[in-house]
Design a binder for this molecule. Structure first.
Ligand SMILES: NC(=O)c1ccc[n+]([C@@H]2O[C@H](COP(=O)([O-])OP(=O)(O)OC[C@H]3O[C@@H](n4cnc5c(N)ncnc54)[C@H](O)[C@@H]3O)[C@@H](O)[C@H]2O)c1
Length: 440
């Protein structure tokens, strides 16, 4: 394919040299003459292991050159990859002016350049941009009425995941290939472009592709900070955190795994809150500041409060809670966020009915029943034996379980709002009136 690449920084240069090495015909564009000159002289404008050699080979083979002239770059090109910078503004928001300028340059150039033989050109954003940018900035820049005759443009977001320092290696083995577009022809162009990677292409909508990159980078930053914070605490207790974390990373069941990474409701139970508090206490005792760990319980409580506020804002007064224990298949109510929800609703004077398949007076025996009736009598009075009884008058339903009896009862409910707090209802949601997710 003939590919134009906008922005010859770390991403643009590696991409240009990488695609040229795979036989594509690549022209890089940059507003900085020195970067363009470097490429044309067979040198990389950025320092990145292996890229100098790739640039030299590609330029020598006649498959890579650069220009400051957009018209030159897009003549006959089927795809433009936009890799311009999206730096922080003083208040942290993203500076999209380089992107907007590059898109404008592209469109203006189309007015004076012959379209490719197919008449179709794909504009693919590789810069990191906030969700919504594609819809509000990129797509509108190429609306049909703004384009010169003969040109038709499709747009996509394909986030780039390379790391500086091993950019070339990452370019040829990315963690995943993600194409966000609503346009079938652009989807096909992207699939062709990345075909050499021999990796499955994840086709998603544009905002998902945009958001993904932020989720990845935030997670990486949180991982570094997490390791450093626990390390700084343990160092005060004579523990070498490198040993701890090495073992920690061997747990692919719970630690390095999808476990605990589903957006949903607050965590709870007998261990997580307790042990986090203990760790915070250890840190305090030795004077170690751990803002990430300290903010975790605060953030967890905000999720509960936000859900209570969301229900109160509806003005509805009758609430059903399906699932009371902190997770399915247990009767453990210790620090259950669902119990906390129930207590806050009761405190606000709402009418609450609760069904839990296990925490159920008809099924509980011995100490558990005694505990429920003595310590949680205000809640135990609200427990009903069948999900239908909880749902019959409810205007709002909080679904905190995927218990089959609850799932079977939900489509028959007359509630105005059904809040799924852990996203386990699957295809069932199609049949539930008033369905909404909590963290999605
Ligand atoms: N650096 C990384 O490791 C990395 C990894 C993945 C994604 N990203 C994202 O990719 C984007 C580019 O990052 P980078 O590190 O390569 O940036 P960079 O600052 O190194 O390069 C950006 C280039 O764009 C050029 N430019 C600006 N406006 C232009 C225009 N109108 N036309 C043509 N060129 C123009 C600049 O002169 C510069 O050479 C950013 O959004 C970044 O967040 C970066």
């Amino acid at each position: 394919m003939k590919v134009a690449i906008f922005g010859l920084g770390y991403v643009g240069t590696v991409t240009a040299a990488g695609l040229a090495s795979q036989g594509h015909d690549v022209i890089g564009v940059d507003v900085e003459r020195s970067k363009v000159a470097a490429i044309n002289a067979g040198r990389s404008p950025v320092v990145e292991p292996g890229v100098d050699k790739m640039v030299a080979q590609a330029v020598c083979a006649g498959r890579l050159r650069a220009s400051t002239d957009v018209r030159d770059a897009i003549e006959g090109a089927e795809v433009s990859l936009v890799c311009v910078g999206t730096p922080s503004m003083p208040r942290g928001d993203t500076n999209l002016s380089y992107l907007a300028r590059a898109l404008e340059d592209l469109r203006e150039a189309m007015a004076v350049v012959e379209p490719p033989a197919s008449g179709f050109h794909s504009v693919v954003i590789r810069s990191t941009v906030p969700p919504g940018t594609g819809r509000s900035v990129v797509e509108p820049a190429f609306r049909a009425e703004l384009l010169p005759d003969g040109w038709s443009v499709g747009t996509a977001m394909c986030p780039e995941f390379l790391r500086e320092g091993i950019g070339v290696e990452d370019f040829f083995a990315p963690p995943f290939v993600v194409v966000g577009t609503d346009d079938p022809r652009t989807r096909e162009s992207c699939a062709n472009l990345f075909d050499f990677l021999d990796q499955e292409v994840h086709h998603v909508d544009v905002p998902t592709a945009e958001a993904l990159k932020y989720a990845c980078n935030a997670f990486h930053a949180v991982k570094v900070t997490f390791a450093n914070e626990v390390g700084r605490i343990f160092a005060q207790y004579g523990v070498d955190s490198r040993d701890v974390m090495q073992l920690f990373c061997e747990d692919h069941k719970l630690n390095i795994s999808p476990a605990y990474l589903r957006p949903g409701f607050a965590f709870g139970g007998s261990c997580l809150p307790k042990d986090l508090r203990a760790l915070q206490s250890m840190a305090r005792e030795r004077g170690v500041d751990v803002p990430l760990l300290s903010s975790t319980l605060v953030s967890n409580d905000i999720i509960v409060r936000a859900l209570v506020d969301r229900v109160l804002e509806t003005g509805y007064r009758r609430v059903a809670i399906l699932g009371l224990s902190f997770k399915m298949d247990t009767d453990d109510l210790r620090e259950s966020p669902n119990l906390e929800l129930a207590e806050r609703f009761i405190g606000k004077g709402l009418e609450v009915r609760i069904y839990d398949p296990i925490v159920n007076p008809a099924k509980l025996v011995g100490a558990n029943l005694e505990h429920l009736q003595s310590k949680l009598s205000h809640v135990s009075r609200l427990l009903v034996d069948e999900p239908e009884l909880a749902l019959e008058a409810a205007e709002v339903v909080i679904v905190a379980t995927s218990d089959p009896a609850c799932l079977a009862a939900l489509p028959g409910a007359h509630a105005q709002l059904v809040l799924d707090i852990n996203g386990r209802l699957g295809e069932q949601v199609e049949h539930i009136h008033g369905y909404e997710g909590v963290s999605w």
